[in-house]
Ligand binder design. Structure first.
Ligand code: PAF
Length: 283
């Protein structure tokens, strides 16, 4: 696997591959790679000739008081995992390569409405940081396609909307969430959980599944289902930020007749903020 740290070197290598007719996939990450990220690389290998992975812990998407400084950085281990997974190129820029100016003077990309609800309401500015860095990474590498995990479902929709609105010539692919055997969605932040918290963490997926079963069974009282789920999460010792049933396409509140739904939940457990979702068809 090749490794580059500058946009010039990235573009030089990509020009060679593009010149040979290769199709290029980008997998943007913040490192601390787990099986969920490696699944993105596997999918990318099936869809493209060359797989580029970026590792950049993006300061712009962390609010003051969040875990930017303590975010797990495991570069040596990440490099071994990416080589074993068959990535062709690691783009590992320093902060000055991505942001040429102090962050407050940078041009921002803001995707309205969808960025301010759910996680965006609890993490003001988070999705501006995500959209801005993803826009930059797409412009720097100009891939044919880019892959993102469906675990961060709202992030995926923000990125799709940005690509559509800004006419960025790239195909965005969502890849299904990879889970532990007990259902816990893989996340870099799971490493913050103590043993006792880890044992309680799968309750978020269990409550998502129970709610999905109720909807599939014909229960349409979504507000009541949301309230019941919040109580169940609290009983399991989690502190939920939200548990909502929304339209899968745009996260709007479902109207009668809307069938493609997504249930989204976020809850704090110790130092970790767990996030998960489940898509379903309410026929
Ligand atoms: O999902 C992530 O790891 C990050 O939000 C992303 C998409 C790499 C942007 O920094």
């Amino acid at each position: 696997m090749k490794r580059v740290t500058t946009v010039d070197d990235l573009r030089r290598q990509l020009a060679v591959w593009r010149g040979a007719g290769d199709r290029i996939a980008l997998v943007p990450t913040m490192g601390n790679l787990h099986a969920g990220h490696l699944e993105l690389v596997q999918q990318a290998r099936q869809l493209a000739d060359r797989v580029v992975v970026s590792i950049f812990v993006n300061p712009m998407q962390f609010s003051a008081g969040e875990d930017f400084d303590g975010y797990p950085r495991t570069l040596d281990q990440d490099i071994i995992r990416l080589s074993d997974a068959g990535a062709d190129l690691l783009f590992q820029p320093g902060e000055a390569e991505i942001y040429r100016r102090p962050l407050e003077n940078e041009t921002l990309v803001e995707v309205p409405n969808i960025s301010d609800i759910l996680c965006g309401a609890f993490r003001p500015g988070h999705f501006v940081g995500v959209a801005t860095v993803v826009c930059k990474l797409l412009n720097m590498s100009q891939p044919n396609l880019a892959l993102f995990g469906e675990k961060d479902y709202q992030q995926l929709l923000v990125i799709c909307r940005m690509v559509e609105d800004l006419s960025i010539p790239v195909e965005i692919r969502g890849v299904p969430t990879v889970r532990e055997e007990d259902g816990l969605a893989l996340s870099s932040r799971n490493s913050y959980l103590s043993l006792e918290e880890r044992a309680r963490a799968p309750s978020i997926y269990r409550v998502l599944r129970e709610t999905a079963s109720a909807i599939i069974g014909g229960d349409k009282e979504y507000h009541r289902l949301e309230q019941m789920a919040l109580s169940r999460l609290a009983e399991a010792g989690l502190k939920p930020d939200y548990f909502v049933i929304r339209r899968a396409q745009d996260l709007g509140v479902p109207a009668p007749g809307d069938e493609e739904l997504v249930i989204l939940a976020t809850a704090c457990l110790g130092r970790a903020r767990l996030i998960d979702n489940l898509k379903l068809s309410a026929m």
